[in-house]
Design a protein around this ligand. Structure first.
Ligand code: ZN
Length: 234
């Protein structure tokens, strides 16, 4: 089964004036689609065909020989997640348990907001800013290019795409303004607050398993490079 471009969870005009229909047409209809089409081409006829996106991502992370597959699989996942993180009714502050957790782990919502903005603006080049959950604690992380929390054993709650293709048509090079608008007007806290519940409801063993898989794979990669070194020496 080839991967398919998921439809946007809202009409293309729904996020205007903050994100234009034109940006979504390119970002969703061209960029996201291209990652999925490329991924499908790359995995056709390989052992990855038929595997879940998460399994492909975990199996190819940190493996330079599989970097193309990783990049396209991770960008497929990241964008599907990102569309859910935007809402015409978004922005402002979360309520309920998620607000309590943000206040507990960052000191205040304003401090979280400041730290998230600084991280998103400070990500050099293309990448992503994330609110994640790691062992019951909320954290902010950034990843370069196609990177994502999954390969760090963390659960994504919310993300902001800071690739220029996410904002250039509407904001040109003003990433700070785009990130500020994301937080003020678009961030889908209702979606984010369902993510830690998922984590609490049994994702922990899966994360532990993922950590195990990553450790095993890194061990295998180390063995491969040792073997290569000994072959070169022999
Ligand atoms: Zn993007």
């Amino acid at each position: 089964m080839a991967f398919k471009l998921p439809p946007l969870p809202y009409p293309e005009t729904a996020l205007e004036p903050h994100i234009s229909a034109r940006t979504l047409q390119f970002h969703h209809g061209k960029h996201h689609k291209k990652y999925i089409d490329t991924l499908n081409q790359l995995i056709e006829g390989t052992a990855f065909a038929g595997q879940s996106l998460e399994d492909i991502i975990l199996a190819t992370a940190d493996d330079l020989s599989q970097q193309k597959i990783f990049n396209n699989a991770a960008q497929t996942w990241n964008h599907s997640f990102f569309w859910q993180c935007l809402s015409p009714d978004g922005g402002g502050r979360p309520d309920g348990a998620l607000m309590d957790r943000i206040q507990a782990d960052f000191g205040s919502f304003d401090k979280f907001r400041q730290d998230f903005s600084t991280a998103a603006q400070g990500q050099f080049g293309s990448g992503w800013a994330w609110l994640t959950e790691d062992g019951g604690r909320l954290k902010i992380m950034t990843t370069g290019n196609a990177g994502l929390p999954l390969t760090h054993g963390e659960t994504a709650l919310l993300t902001c795409d800071v690739w220029e293709h996410a904002y250039y048509l509407d904001y040109q090079n003003d990433r700070a303004k785009f990130v500020d608008t994301f937080l003020s007007e678009l961030a889908n806290w209702k979606f984010a607050q369902h993510q830690p519940e998922g984590a609490a409801a049994g994702k922990e063993p899966r994360r532990a398993q993922q950590r195990g898989q990553i450790a095993a794979r890194m061990g295998a990669a180390a063995q491969r490079s040792e073997k290569k070194t000994s072959q070169q020496q022999g």
